[in-house]
Design a protein around this ligand. Structure first.
Ligand code: AMP
Length: 595
């Protein structure tokens, strides 16, 4: 077992010392923290409708809990969550009142999963956030001498039976915890709250970029939550630098920014600065945008973005734009629960491990064997406690939260890489069942199949069908887009599907993809129009021949529904006969379709 038990290091200030002590305390005996956490959760939620059915009879110990309470998925809890959504305020999952719904980027029946949460969870999330800079300060000195340029956004929210429903970050940015955070010299942002809290994504981005440019000499770190968000900001600069430079040169805010709170705030920040406008114009008008981040923000020490999991596909592009600056993946979190942080944030992306903080929830781990099929309900696997996981093994994360999820499968597969004190550290391996992802969208195989079937209806009219298909997430352009390869069977060559019909097929597919995808297309503009590439007849047979030549068994060969291996993509692309793009945006509204 690898044990990294060296104390984290000398803190730069009293606040940091307290945070680092807290990390030491939580990781020194994580098992006893977990006993306490489970005791607290069962002590308060034991009498909820959900837990009462398992007859814990007041027991708050692990053995009874594990023996009596089943491991569940979102779908198992969905009927109960639906009752809360229908207005039932009795203690169904939690004894504390439900304060709002968090809408996850994971979907169920095409809509974001609804996670009922309680007010005090904000404190727990805030606590985890408060640990990030003290850890960073151990590795990067002088962060109190400048600012962070972070592109942070809120998303649309809706109301469900009187409760607000919104993504967890929107909830956090709109909370008093964030809006009225005390001044901390190590954590000063260039973006004013007014810009972060503006629901119009264009005005928000424009203002955040403008402030970042105005304060370019002070910026020490550049970030967004996910890598895709930071690349979107760079693309925005590419498209809008002339207008931004004009504002800086004249001191007048672009009239497209109409939000009154932003206008008031910018009135105090924006002044004519023709020299600065000239610097920006000089850098941005160059054909070559390599190292643009360090050219515009010369003091940047690192990028603060998540590049683990699905976001790893963006590492080469970020390296290009930043000239190879370190990329710090600081935390691992979800709508259901914030899990932990990276205690070595300056490490290479491929070495990132997250240390789960045992105070956040009660954590269990379902052994995951990538080669064996999903475990049946009859023989539930033995779940392992946080302190008992083994280095080198993979597990699916299972959580029991203060807000009332009990033994809930998150769907993330993690691999144990070592320990800090007694707390294990995990590499994020992947999220289960995700085929395609550009931003926070997660499309699985069944959703893709469903989308293909919807588009196929249009082909039927011209007596054509899809013989085979596969897909990939094309992130060579910003924003990225889904590419679907189709091999068609055209029954009547004189009546083959027209370019227009195939374009419409792209839209027909998008209409059937989940609401997170459609929100990315319509509201966030984080995903570009879906593309269908028609390949020559016989291409998928060639694909099979290629796989068999590389050792695949002919009997067991299945067409991969998503491809990432370069030679296969090259083969497919060399057989493309036509390309088609979605001609319009799919339908999307913040309201849920299935309440
Ligand atoms: P959401 O519920 O929409 O907030 O999405 C949470 C999910 O995002 C997690 O369960 C992970 O699959 C993924 N995620 C969050 N943080 C990270 C991270 N640091 N690295 C990789 N994936 C992450």
């Amino acid at each position: 077992m690898v044990v990294l038990s060296a104390p984290l290091g000398p803190a730069v200030c009293a606040n940091d010392a307290k945070a680092l002590e807290f990390i030491e305390e939580m990781t020194t005996d994580c098992d006893s923290v977990q006993t306490r956490v489970l005791g607290e959760i069962l002590g308060r939620n034991g009498d909820t409708e959900y837990l009462r059915q398992f007859r814990l009879e007041g027991a708050t110990d692990r053995d009874t809990f594990k023996a009596k309470v089943p491991v569940v998925t979102y779908e198992d809890l969905q009927p109960l969550i639906q009752r809360i959504a229908n207005g039932d305020r009795s203690p169904i999952l939690s004894s504390h009142p439900i304060s709002e719904f968090l809408t996850s980027s994971g979907t169920s029946a095409g809509e974001r999963k609804l996670m009922p949460t309680i007010h005090e969870e904000l404190d727990r999330r805030q606590k985890l956030y408060s640990l990030l800079m003290p850890v960073m300060n151990l590795y990067v000195p002088g962060m109190d001498t400048g600012k962070g340029l972070y592109f942070l956004f809120i998303k649309a929210e809706t109301r469900i039976s009187g409760l607000v429903a919104r993504p967890v970050l929107t909830s956090y940015y709109k909370s008093e915890h964030f809006k009225n955070r005390p001044y901390d010299p190590y954590n000063v942002y260039t973006s004013p709250n007014e810009a972060i809290l503006c629901a119009d994504s264009y005005q928000s981005m424009y203002t955040q970029m403008l402030c970042g440019l105005i304060m370019r000499e002070e910026v020490l770190r550049v970030g967004a939550v996910f890598a895709s968000g930071l690349l979107r900001a760079i693309r925005f600069l590419q498209l809008n630098w002339k207008e931004l430079a004009l504002d800086i040169s004249t001191g007048n805010l672009n009239p497209k920014v109409t939000d009154s709170a932003i206008k008031d705030r910018m009135g105090k920040i924006l002044e004519p600065n023709p020299e600065l406008a000239e610097v920006i114009t000089k850098e941005c008008s160059k054909e070559n945008w390599e190292r643009i981040i360090t050219r515009i923000w010369p003091k940047t020490k690192y990028l603060d973005v998540i590049v683990t999991g699905a976001m790893a596909q963006y590492i080469p592009t970020l390296e290009y734009y930043s000239g190879g600056l370190p990329m710090a993946c600081t935390m691992y979190a979800s709508s259901e629960c914030y899990f932990g942080l990276n205690l070595n944030p300056m490490c290479k992306p491929s070495d990132v491990s997250y240390t789960i903080m045992p105070n956040m929830a009660y954590f269990e781990f379902m052994p995951h064997d990538a080669d064996s099929p999903a475990t049946s309900r009859e023989a539930p696997p033995h779940l392992v406690d946080l302190a008992d996981v083994q280095v080198g093994k993979e597990y699916e994360l299972v959580i029991t939260t203060y807000a009332g999820l009990c033994r809930y499968r998150v769907g993330d597969i993690l691999k144990v890489t070592g320990f800090y004190n007694s707390a294990p550290q995990f590499r994020f391996i992947r999220r289960k069942n995700v085929l395609l992802s550009i931003d926070s969208d997660k499309t699985d195989e069944a959703e893709l199949q469903n989308a293909i079937e919807n588009a196929s209806l249009l082909l039927k009219e011209v007596d054509t069908s899809v013989v085979e298909y596969t897909s990939f997430a094309d992130t060579t352009t910003i924003p990225g887009h889904y590419v679907i390869y189709w091999e068609l069977l055209v029954k009547d060559p004189a009546n083959s599907p027209s370019h227009e019909v195939l374009n419409k097929c792209c839209l027909a597919m998008e209409e059937k993809l989940n609401s997170v995808y459609r929100q990315g297309r319509v509201a966030d503009h984080s995903i570009a129009p879906l593309e269908i590439r028609i390949v020559k007849n016989g291409t998928f047979e060639e694909l099979m021949d290629y796989a068999i030549s590389r050792g695949a068994s002919i009997n067991q060969y299945k067409v991969p529904r998503c491809v990432t291996f370069t030679p296969i993509m090259e083969l497919l692309d060399s057989r493309v006969v036509s390309r088609h793009f979605s001609p319009a945006e799919p339908f999307w509204t913040p309201e849920r379709c299935h309440n």
